[in-house]
Write a protein that binds this ligand. Structure first.
Ligand code: TYM
Length: 335
């Protein structure tokens, strides 16, 4: 693998903290395909981020393979995109330490995800959870990424990354590229099926709140049938109707139809008929991905090979940046 010097760099990451959901897929991964030809794309399985919350080691190992398999099963070509596992590139943790010294306590205290997660895991509010966005900044800045394609929940983390990069550049001259978040037109916030005011999450305790990418057809249809909606009947996108709006948004992402077209398609039909259509569209569009995922998971040595090749090149790129950063900081480097 060798990057084309004329193309800009894209970086994004996914935590192997559970089987990915249609939130991860529609909000991020599905859209990465559109970037493949015009950018040098890097996608990382961020296992170091995942341990900010307790993980079972065997489960984490399995999820690491699975997350990589999902990248490939989604149609991303391992010859064209750089895939690797975060802990295989030690520079992420190294740069995170450096950037910790250029990040303010007050800035981190304002992160809404920290507030949410510390409320949810009140028995384990560890320092890693607090400095999580700094590791994320390190991921992005190590590779001079210009674009970061993510869902809306990551917006604040990209903003702090930009602030940290600017602060370092001002202190030590131009070092890091200032990255931009990249949101797609739709799918940037897929909500929970049981509480549509919250985002759908792979780590939600309630399985019915999410569609996992490996759910069976029956489970998908059942979960959509039971999805929380208001007491209305009309399939119409309206302020305050979070449940039906979310389902319309999901259906739009899956089928490519606009909200107007969906309203027309379901005019005079009730919620029941619509929910079934969403379930069927979702099951149909995941079936190819599921087959390819199962094929890949049966070939661990192939996945390991992809990880190995990816981390070789990522280490090469990351070490170049670390050496530049250490030079600027005044750290002696001995050959
Ligand atoms: P993670 O693992 O929670 O999610 C992976 C990607 O999926 C998007 N996403 C969603 N999009 C729409 N609707 C949802 N309900 C939904 N849930 C998740 C996320 O926005 C993300 O794009 N901190 C990141 C991982 C990370 C990262 C990075 C991302 C670590 N380093 C560097 C970009 C660049 C996270 O927890 O994603």
């Amino acid at each position: 693998m060798e990057f084309n010097k004329d193309k800009k760099i894209v970086f994004s990451g996914v935590q192997p903290s559970g089987m990915l959901t249609i939130g991860n897929y529609l909000g991020a991964i599905k859209n990465w395909k559109t970037l493949e030809e015009n950018y040098n794309c890097i996608y990382c399985v961020v296992n170091e981020h995942a341990i900010t919350v307790r993980q079972d080691p065997a489960e984490l190992r399995k999820r690491t393979y699975e997350t990589l398999a999902i990248f490939i099963a989604s149609g991303l070509d391992p010859e064209k995109n750089l895939f690797f596992v975060q802990s295989h590139v030690p520079a992420h943790a190294e740069l995170a330490w450096v950037l910790n010294c250029y990040t303010m306590f007050g800035e981190l205290s304002r992160m809404t995800q920290f507030k949410d997660k510390s409320a949810k895991h009140s028995d384990n509010i560890n320092a890693g959870l607090f400095t999580y966005p700094v590791l994320m900044a390190a991921d992005i800045l190590l590779y001079n990424a210009s674009l970061v394609p993510v869902g809306m929940d990551q917006k604040q983390h990209i903003e702090i990354t930009r602030d940290i990069a600017k602060r370092f550049n001002e202190a030590y001259s131009e070092t890091f590229t200032i990255p931009e978040p990249y949101f797609m037109e739709s799918g940037t916030k897929i909500c929970s099926l049981t509480d549509p005011t919250k985002k759908m999450s792979k780590s939600d305790e309630n399985e019915n709140s999410r569609i996992s990418l490996m759910d069976s057809r029956d489970d998908i249809i059942r979960k959509f049938k039971r999805a929380v909606t208001d007491s209305g009947t009309e399939v119409k996108f309206e302020e305050g109707k979070d449940g039906i709006n979310n389902l319309m948004n999901i259906y739009s992402c899956l089928t490519g139809k606009t909200i107007k077209e969906i309203e027309k398609e379901f005019e005079g039909k009730g919620y029941g008929e619509f929910k079934l259509a969403v379930g069927e569209a979702c099951a149909d569009s995941l079936s190819g991905l599921q087959a390819e995922f199962n094929r890949l998971m049966a070939d661990k040595s192939y996945l390991e090979n992809v990880m190995k090749n990816g981390s070789d090149y990522a280490n090469y790129l990351a070490n170049k940046m670390m050496s530049k950063v250490y030079r600027k900081l005044g750290f002696l480097q001995i050959k």
